[in-house]
Design a protein around this ligand. Structure first.
Ligand SMILES: Cc1ncc(COP(=O)(O)O)c(C=O)c1O
Length: 270
């Protein structure tokens, strides 16, 4: 008998899922070649390194069949080692054991939400923030996603304290704060280093974690910003670890990676 109503098989999470506004906008943009949409951060296609990708694919495929075989779940070993060196260049001290390769930042957010967020938790976010993050945290069904005001330099520390007290007074546990310190989406704000340090002190004081999303740290006009200004929160996380950093190699068809000293990243025996 044909099924009339497959919707009734959906789980509580499945019932809550909606197409994202960004994806809907992407459908409109794909239909119109004369439309330049700033709604989603689509990279300029001219910047996709087609020749390099062709060359890499040809080298890999001519090196035998192993390139198409399953590999380690955390990612290709030499790539992870290179990412650890890249993290060190950005002053983030992590070992290869702390890194996980993902298919973009969104998958990183989804994994982070799944392993960290529970039903009694509150997630604090900058208001406004990236819609994909709200979806990822919302799918983990926390008690509360609370917005924290921003001023010209990003998240407002006093409002962060107020929001922390507010969610506590409603019986929720402030579990993590999600921030985009470098060229925040959607405001483009760059958070000063002293405020990043203050966030770590806040996390220590309230026993919370910071999820730092850094897809845009490498994307700025040379000379406009000092490289030290984009140093991640995670770089100062020596007493912690309190911060989970996820970064993106570059926009387009590539990978993101997450750095965290979590058992879920390191594997059970680590
Ligand atoms: C702050 C932020 N995080 C994550 C993402 C998702 O990135 P990805 O395309 O690598 O999944 C975006 C994309 O717009 C973003 O702005």
């Amino acid at each position: 008998m044909p099924l009339q109503d497959v919707e009734r098989f959906l789980s509580p999470t499945g019932r809550e899922l909606h197409a994202s506004a960004i994806r809907r906008m992407g459908t409109v943009a794909a239909r119109r070649s004369d439309l330049i949409s700033f709604a989603a951060g689509y990279p300029a296609p001219d910047l996709f390194p087609l020749d390099e990708l062709r060359e890499i694919a040809a080298t890999l495929l001519s090196s035998g069949r192993d390139a198409l075989q399953y590999g380690p779940t955390r990612g290709h070993g030499p790539l992870i080692d290179e990412l650890a060196r890249e993290m060190a260049r950005r002053h983030v001290a992590v070992t290869s054991q702390d890194l996980l390769v993902t298919t973009g930042s969104q998958q990183g957010l989804d994994l982070v939400a799944r392993v960290l967020v529970g039903p009694d938790d509150a997630v604090l976010v900058e208001a406004p923030t990236f819609t994909g993050a709200i979806s990822a945290f919302g799918n983990a069904r926390p008690r509360w996603i609370a917005g924290v005001r921003q001023d010209d330099h990003g998240i407002d520390l006093e409002d962060l304290e107020r929001a922390t007290a507010r969610v506590r007074s409603h019986g929720a546990r402030p579990k993590l704060l999600y921030v985009v310190p470098n060229f925040q989406n959607p405001t483009g704000k760059l958070m000063p280093q002293d405020r990043r340090h203050a966030l770590l002190a806040w996390a220590e004081r309230h026993d919370c974690l910071i999820v730092e999303d850094d897809p845009y740290g490498a994307l700025y006009f040379e000379g406009e910003v000092e490289p030290d200004a984009i140093r991640p929160v995670k770089a100062a996380d020596d007493a912690g670890p309190r911060a989970v950093l996820q970064a993106r190699l570059r926009p387009g068809p590539d990978r993101g990676h997450a750095a965290a000293r979590l058992r879920a990243v390191r594997g059970r025996r680590a």
